[in-house]
Every structure is written in C-alpha cells, then in structure tokens.
Ligand binder design. Sequence first.
Ligand code: GDP
Ligand code: IMO
Ligand code: MG
Length: 427
Amino acid sequence: MPALVLLGAQWGDEGKGKATDLLGGSVDYVVRYQGGNNAGHTVVVGDQKYALHLLPSGILSPGCTPVIGNGVVVDPSVLLSELSGLNERGVDTSKLLISGNAHIITPYNVTVDKVTERFLGKRKIGTTGRGIGPTYADKINRVGIRVQDLYDESILTQKVEAALDVKNQMLTKLYNRRAIAVDQVVEELLGYADKLAPYVADTVLVLNEALEQDKVVLFEGGQGTLLDIDHGTYPFVTSSNPTAGGACTGAGVGPTKISRVIGILKAYTTRVGAGPFPTELFDEDGEALRRIGGERGVTTGRDRRCGWFDAVIARYATRVNGLTDFFLTKLDVLTGWEQIPVCVAYEIDGKRVEELPYSQTDFHHAKPVYEMLPGWSEDISKAKTFSDLPKNAQAYVKALEEMSGAPISAIGVGPGRDETIEINSFL
Ligand code: GDP
Ligand code: IMO
Ligand code: MG
C-alpha cells in the first residue's frame, strides 16, 4: 500500500517542502493533515523559488492532486491569495481539494492569538501570530467554524455568535479591546464561500478510494516532532499533531494503510520561537550556520536559532513516529568546518542521559555531550551518489544514521530539486 508520511524530525524547517516537491512527480496525491499557514515551505524548481504556507508542496507537480485534510486549519484569505499568487506564475491549482470538515481560522482567532501572546509578555510562546492555537482551541471546545458551515448562513451565524459570546467578554473586560461584531465576521466568511466551493470535497472518501485503487498518497506534515502538542516540548509547541499518528486523524486514513514514514532531518538543528534547545549556539558557529544555511523564517521573517545536530532528538523522532527512513537535508551547509560536534547524549544534573527525558524540567537542564566528527572542505553540491561525497562527509552521514536509529535514504546537498543524493528509493 503506497501511503507515505513525510514529516519534520526536529523543530520544523527541516526542508519538508523540498522533499515533498521532489516526490511530487511520482505520487498521485499530496495531503496536508495538520497545522495551517504557520508553515513556511520553500521550494526551488530550476530558477524559480516558491514560498508555500497552506498548500501542500505537491501543488507544483502537474500530475499530483493536492489535498487539505480535515485536520488542517484554513485561513480563507491566505488560501485564496496563495492560490492567485501561484496562478499568476502559471501554476495550475484547479485540482486542489479541501475537506469540508477542516476548521476555519476566523479573524477573531488571529486577534486572540496576538493579544494572548502580548499578555503573556516574557512567558510568550513566540507563535507565528496566525491564529493557529485559538482555532484548534475552538475546535476542541466545540465552538469552531468548519469549511462546510460557509454553505449554511443560519448555522454559520449561530456558530459565530456562540464563539464570540465568551471571546468578546474576554477581549473587552480582560484585554481592553473592542468587541468584534458577529455580522461583520459572518459577512466576511460568506464572501469566501463561492470562491472556495469548487475545491470543497469529501476528502476522506477520495483518499480511501484512491488507496484502494493503489494510487500513491503522500501525507506532508507541517512543523516537526518536537513541536507536537503531545510529544513536543510543551508548552513551547504548536497546537496540532505533526507526528505520524496525526496523518491518520488529520486525513481520515487508518494506520494500517501507512506503509512508510520518512523523517526529514537537518544535518544540524534549528528552532524558531521560545523553548528549550540543548545544542543552541550563541557564538560565531551559530551565526555561520544561520548565514550559510539561510536560516530565516519563511512565514515570519524571524532569524532561526541554530545549533549542532542532536542525536537524542533524532532517536526520539524515530521512536514516536515509527520512522522507516530519514531524509537528511542541508549537508552542504556543514562544508568547511574542520571538526563538527554532534550531540550524542545529555548531561542532566551531573548524570549522562541517552534518551529524551520525559520531564520538561530535566529537558530545560539538559547540557549536550558532544562527540567531534572530522569535517570536509570540498564542495559537495554537485554530488549525485553517496560515493561522490568526501570520505569524512560519508562518515558523518553514517555516524548520524547509526545514532538516529533509521536508515538515511536521501541526502540534500542544495535547495534545488536535483541537488539530492538518493540512496534507497521511497516508492
Ligand atoms: P520546511 O518548513 O521543512 O519545508 O523547510 P523551510 O522551507 O522552512 O526551510 C528549509 C530551507 O532550506 C529552504 O530555504 C530550502 O530551500 C532549503 N533547503 C532544503 N534542502 C536543502 C539542502 O539540502 N541544502 C540547502 N543548502 N538548502 C536546502
Ligand atoms: P514549518 O512547516 C518552525 C513554531 C512557532 C512557535 C510555535 C507555536 O515551516 O516547519 P504557532 O503559530 O504554530 O502556534 O506557533 O511553533 N512554529 C514553527 N517553527 N517551522 C514551522 O513550520 C512552524 N510552525 C510553527 O515559531 O514557536
Ligand atoms: Mg518552514
């Protein structure tokens, strides 16, 4: 059964967009199953660069049907502007399917995201401010608005009223903000209904039928394992499940259908926003990784925090996702270091710890234990096979594979589609 999950093994921005796009030509469907336009995926095709936020990266492959699953949160204005931006560049987006069960990021969810972050002050999460957390909160609180509600004005009005009842009390009495008018929200949302109508579908049925017909389906995660609401560095996480199980609930496909789970793993580590990060660097090495790796957020433009590779995290990602393979990205960025430190374990309160501690207090105290691996200075961006890599680069990859617990089946040596070394085929 050719159903693959492709997800971030660290804190996001591992290069999922590039990896998805690479496979896009050989798959029939690419499905986003969680998150929303907090994602920022850069895809480079030839001399063209695309920044995608909500749309699955498969949208750039003509034969592939892109799907926004029920587990995604959709900001209609962002979606429509992303679609028209692609159309202007000649990309056909007419095949897109959107689940009628996906929840809508309303303007008040965006407002609540921003005011709560401001209210938290120094304790803030550093969210993308796109309304993600408040929209998932409404979903769980059963006061969310779904795509299908756009097609029943009376139900939509009742639901917006219910959602704003409490929020307006909070906005006016606690946050000193103006109340949001129900009519205005309803009018704005109804304005999207006709524009979205051609895309709305029963995506659960479509995907299960496709799998029965042996079509190839790729589930593309947003964010990453350590940003998962259950398995990440809570509370410094996003509000959905980027881990492999999220693909089942977020697309309506049973776990027995998933044949392969690919973890996208950067050859070093980055993180955006607040929260613990044991291998974070505050010196010129961190600055060099940021500069050479172009580590600046696609969504928010924030500088990414940078650090050395952390094998404890990679092992954890293998475990919680049941990874079958890794796709190691950005190996080229490490060219030029004489020695490359790799975190193999943590020291916590004087004790060596090999696995990610379940206690966040311990994780906050974790100090990296480094092993030094020899570097290389040759340009590797033109390497096409594993044996084209310098010996030390090969040894670095092999060491990471050994420590991380799953085979490295592809290696990224540049941002372009063809700047990839394929070791084992994914299909
Ligand atoms: P995503 O959120 O996981 O899709 O990752 P982002 O797109 O936010 O960040 C990854 C960045 O690295 C993008 O700018 C990609 O174009 C770039 N990239 C991906 N793979 C490679 C690689 O192997 N080498 C280099 N140098 N850049 C890469
Ligand atoms: P991609 O798909 C990196 C981070 C935010 C913040 C936390 C919560 O490009 O890998 P949210 O707005 O989701 O409530 O913010 O999660 N975050 C990401 N970090 N890459 C992403 O997506 C992210 N999406 C959210 O910075 O720390
Ligand atoms: Mg990104």
